[in-house]
Design a protein around this ligand. Structure first.
Ligand SMILES: O=C(O)CCC(=O)C(=O)O
Ligand SMILES: [Fe+2]
Length: 339
């Protein structure tokens, strides 16, 4: 039997960067992390029911979690467990395809990526592979090749995530005095601006107790809002009060996190916090992220004065992030636009 390799050559690239790294001590070799169960868990049923008091209570929990944590979990989110497990099955099948198939054959709008092409040190290397698909391409049959059953699932999944994102964004904008309709009009947000990212974190044999490898390097998201579904393996961590905190998997929950643009628009009321994924020595991990983004030319000003940030378009923001990543090997982010 001929074994066809499905994983990208991560070890080859990682070792190359490790050898080029001038001093081994320049990269972070250990990371203290606390497991913390108090990451807010919010029951979204309160938002959809008739009880006014319940709705207000749920909304205030969302606002509070977005301000204090920038990260929270939601249950009773309306996405069926059937759809979530179908998505996971399709995702596993897709990533099981040979590496050459994933990387060269136009799958999902040619959106396959892996490792970190711009990494200059092991600190900036991500031990993962992903498809990053614009929602407009999700229904295009030309994106799927032999993975035809993935199309139907991805279309349904995108619709379901869009609903959750809209519900949460609606609470956050209303709290700052703007309806979700006004907000969406202002940021030109529609199908053509949002993305789904299918992530796979292969098991990492280079990971030992003393040395860590990132599945995804610490970062903030360059969007308004992200809705994440992770499997039961664990590895996601977020920064809270200068400490790394592990997000324990909860199979009923979706994870919501605030992105840079909501932080800017809210004038720092909502927080876009650093998060990342630790690689796992033995077990592969899967997740899917939905990114709520504005149109490229939409102006991200603050909804409050005096504004802490200069006005910038989403295109300017993305270009800046791209430029910094190329030049410095990492994203600088919102501080580039602080007054
Ligand atoms: O896989 C995860 O848990 C996190 C993914 C993530 O942060 C991202 O895709 O931006
Ligand atoms: Fe992220």
């Amino acid at each position: 039997m001929v074994l066809v390799e499905s994983s990208p050559p991560l070890a080859r690239d990682y070792i190359k960067i490790l050898q080029q790294c001038p001093k081994k001590t320049t990269y972070e070799s250990t990371r203290v992390c606390e497991t913390f169960d108090a990451l807010p868990l919010i029951d979204l049923r309160g938002l959809t029911g008739d009880d006014e008091g319940e709705r207000a209570k749920c909304a205030s929990e969302i606002v509070r979690a977005s301000s204090e944590w920038g990260f929270f979990q939601v249950v009773n989110h309306g996405v069926s467990p059937r759809l979530l497990s179908q998505m996971r099955r399709e995702q596993i099948e897709l990533f099981n395809a040979p590496f050459s198939r994933k990387s060269t054959c136009g799958l999902l709008n040619n959106s396959y990526r892996w490792g970190s092409p711009t990494a200059a040190s092991p600190d900036n290397f991500s031990w993962s592979e992903a498809f990053h698909v614009p929602l407009t391409k999700v229904s295009d049959p030309a994106c799927y090749g032999e993975f035809s059953s993935l199309r139907e699932v991805l279309v349904e999944y995108a619709g379901a995530m869009q609903k959750v994102a809209r519900m949460v964004a609606g609470v956050l904008t209303t709290n700052l005095g703007q309806s979700i309709q006004e907000f969406e009009e202002m940021i030109g947000c529609d199908e053509s601006t949002c993305y789904l990212r299918l992530n796979r974190y292969p098991a990492c044999p280079l990971m030992s107790g003393a040395e860590i490898v990132h599945g995804l390097v610490p970062h903030t998201d360059s969007d308004f809002l992200t809705i994440l579904h992770q499997d039961q393996v664990g590895g996601l961590q977020l920064m809270k009060d200068n400490k790394w905190i592990a997000v324990n998997p909860n199979k009923h929950a979706l994870i919501v996190n605030i992105g840079d643009l909501f932080q800017a628009w809210s004038n720092d009321v909502y927080k876009s916090v650093e998060h990342g994924v630790m690689a796992n020595a033995k077990t592969e991990r899967f997740s899917v992220a939905y990114f709520l983004c504005p149109s490229h030319d939409s102006l991200i000003g603050s909804c409050k004065q005096p504004s802490l940030y200069t006005d910038f378009t989403f295109a300017e923001y993305r270009n800046r992030v791209k430029h910094d990543s190329k030049l410095l090997g990492r994203k600088v982010g919102l501080s580039r636009f602080r007054r």
